[in-house]
Write a protein that binds this ligand. Structure first.
Ligand SMILES: NC(=O)C1=CN([C@@H]2O[C@H](COP(=O)(O)OP(=O)(O)OC[C@H]3O[C@@H](n4cnc5c(N)ncnc54)[C@H](OP(=O)(O)O)[C@@H]3O)[C@@H](O)[C@H]2O)C=CC1
Length: 244
């Protein structure tokens, strides 16, 4: 449920931050071909001394690589220095003409054991249904932008009904940490507003992928077990959705 995000972490920072995250206790790392740091993530996992099976590694396929999806995955695996990824996602929707064929590529990689799970990112439920109807197999995960200011309970219900896990990204970046609702709740629990935001995701069963290059933030973002939000607090954060 607590993954470590690596977008915009350049080579050295990606390596050092992933090493720190694994030392602190994270066991889920989120990268992508687009981030150009798969080799650094792979090296950090290797150097951590953890067994490969102890770390859940996600990478993503850029839609522009859809026509050579298998070759792209093989390149990701080489860079990550591993025989498989735990989760392979289509980073954002492909064009309609490649929608189903790309999904079939992911399913075939799963059958070949190169990806343990396959899913999508930034897909609408309607697009997901097209994939499922064509192949009889639905994505395990949809990774979408999720924050107090930008979230949609109806969308969450759509995923729940289908049994698709939701991973939320950019939850910290898209939040005003000075919002009095968040600072008030944080003060009450003796935590930071960032921790409140991440805890709010977990209360909704949404996996989180906080990214940081600062050890104290990496540690704080993983330290979410010591408090729980009340129902009223969850509702108060739910209503921070930006309108208009
Ligand atoms: N599938 C997709 O299309 C997308 C996926 N993602 C994935 O989701 C991950 C997370 O999203 P991302 O957009 O990176 O943004 P985040 O919401 O994780 O925010 C990152 C920012 O928050 C700051 N921050 C982190 N922890 C704290 C803290 N405890 N207190 C205050 N500030 C903090 C970081 O700064 P500092 O380094 O100083 O701590 C950084 O500037 C990505 O890294 C990527 O793996 C992201 C976007 C799109």
């Amino acid at each position: 449920m607590i993954g470590f995000g690596t977008w915009q972490l350049g080579s050295r920072t990606a390596y050092e931050s992933v090493r720190a995250a694994l030392e602190i206790g994270y066991r889920h790392i989120d990268t992508a071909t687009l981030y150009q740091n798969e080799a650094d993530v792979g090296r950090a996992v290797k150097d951590s001394g953890l067994g490969r099976e102890q770390v859940f590694v996600t990478t993503k396929l850029r839609p522009q690589d859809a026509r050579h999806a298998r070759r792209t995955l093989e390149s990701s695996l080489r860079l990550l220095d591993t025989g498989y990824v735990d989760l392979w996602l289509i980073h954002w929707p492909t064009g309609q003409d490649e929608l189903v064929s790309t999904w079939r590529e992911l399913l075939s990689a799963k059958d070949a054991g190169l990806a343990r799970n396959v899913g999508v990112s930034n897909y609408s439920p309607a697009l997901i249904d097209e994939l499922t109807e064509a192949t009889g197999q639905q994505p395990a995960v949809n990774q979408v932008s999720w924050s107090p200011a930008q979230h949609d309970p109806a969308l969450l219900d759509e995923h729940r009904r289908r049994g698709i896990a939701v991973e939320g990204y950019s939850g910290l970046k898209n939040t005003d940490m000075r919002d009095p609702v968040l600072t008030g709740i944080a003060q009450r629990h003796g935590v930071t507003p960032a921790q409140v935001v991440l805890r709010w995701h977990l209360e909704h069963d949404i996996a989180i992928l906080p990214r940081s290059s600062r050890r104290e933030h990496i540690a704080a973002n993983f330290d979410l077990d010591g408090f729980a939000l009340t129902k009223d607090e969850v509702t108060a954060i739910d209503t921070l959705t930006r309108t208009g």
